[in-house]
Design a protein around this ligand. Structure first.
Ligand code: NAD
Length: 331
């Protein structure tokens, strides 16, 4: 069995040999993303695995894969928005993805950012770096996490892992979700959206980005939050109205923010860019000592990367062997 793996990242290259050996398959690494030019690399293969960064909407690619006898396109990611599902259907191609690869990876980043903010580490650094001031001003005194109320919006795979970790640390966890899940009850108390916004010391977002969740945190919510509250977003940038966030921070309506995602991140996260290409909102937020930004790297753990490759290849092999995939995106 031979699988063509398009666009392998540096970290995937480091682990794929071991995974392939365990699965008893051969993996052909193709530097490019899947395009009408690179699709020929799949000719001698039984399946393909891709990490697509741009829209795959050229009919020629789907037709060529079909002509090569390939039955599926395996995405090594959660998102399937780069796929043209009509073309996939036309050429009998099953699309698989990796919906869950390590909720803990993302959850731990939310907790890490919250701890960084609660212990005012950025503010200490500012004093240390700018003024060589290593003293303990009252303004920098923190509290301890077990005295805090953590408010979660969305408690699916990731949000529930966040609840478990904070609950283990002794914090009170309240959460709002459109779906009630009794399995979460040992770790949190369900509350309505407004209560979470008003009562939490740390508000952490874990919903998908949908028309109904876009800018769910905006001027009104910042006005309602405690001015000592921290906002964490390791979900999707579009959940927060960035201009309203900047204003809330500048006017001290909230105490700080932890951000692994920003609404405009697509143009600069995940790559090296020129300084002139960095947007103003990022620069303003990054300069604030009470804001911690990570470049959508919450997922970037050895376990998560390994699981993405392993699960994607497993499903591709299953389909090539005529078995039902575990994570088909076009049912
Ligand atoms: P999930 O589907 O398991 O959970 C999402 C939860 O949000 C569900 O329980 C759902 O009922 C709830 N929800 C939907 N609409 C809601 C609303 N309007 N109000 C309240 N709750 C609502 O998803 P997940 O795997 O836990 O992922 C959560 C988020 O994390 C997604 O936005 C995903 O894109 C993001 N994510 C980020 C990274 C990263 O590296 N930063 C990695 C993976 C996922």
């Amino acid at each position: 069995m031979r699988i063509a793996m398009f666009n392998p990242s540096e970290s995937e290259r480091a682990i794929v040999k071991g995974i392939a050996a365990k699965q008893g398959i051969e993996v052909k690494l193709v530097d490019d993303i899947l395009t009408p030019e690179s699709v020929v690399e799949a000719k001698d293969c039984d399946g393909i695995s891709i990490l697509q960064t741009v829209m795959l909407d050229q009919e020629e690619v789907y037709r060529t894969l079909h002509d090569y006898g390939i039955k599926s396109i395996g995405l090594r990611s959660v998102g399937t928005n780069t796929i043209d599902f009509d073309l996939a259907k036309k050429y009998d191609l099953i699309i698989t993805h990796v919906p869950v690869y390590s909720p803990r990876a993302i959850a731990e980043m939310a907790v890490t950012q919250a701890m960084y903010l609660v212990r005012k580490i950025g503010l200490f650094h500012e004093h240390m770096d700018k003024d060589y001031d290593f003293s303990y001003p009252t303004a920098l005194i923190s509290d301890e996490i077990y005295n805090k109320t953590i408010g979660l919006i969305g408690v699916g795979n990731i949000g529930s892992a966040v609840a478990q970790i904070f609950s283990a640390l002794g914090a009170k966890v309240i959460a709002y979700d459109v779906i009630y899940n009794p399995a979460n009850e040992p770790f949190l108390t369900y509350a309505d959206f407004d209560t979470v916004i008003k009562e939490a010391d740390v508000i952490s977002l874990h919903t998908p980005l949908l028309p109904s969740t876009k800018n769910m945190i905006s001027t009104k919510q910042f006005e309602e939050m405690k001015n000592t509250a921290y906002l964490i977003n390791v979900a999707r940038g579009g959940l927060i109205d960035t201009d309203a966030l900047i204003k809330a921070l500048q006017e001290e309506q909230i105490a700080g923010a932890g951000l692994d995602t920003l609404a405009d991140e697509a143009t600069y996260f995940g790559k090296k860019v020129r300084v002139q290409d960095i947007p103003e909102d990022y620069k303003i937020l990054r300069a604030m000592p009470n804001v911690i930004i990570t470049p959508h790297s919450a997922y970037f753990t050895e376990t998560a990367v390994k699981n993405m490759v392993k699960i994607s290849l497993e499903d591709t092999v299953r389909i090539a062997e005529g078995k039902k995939p575990l994570f088909a995106a076009n049912k």
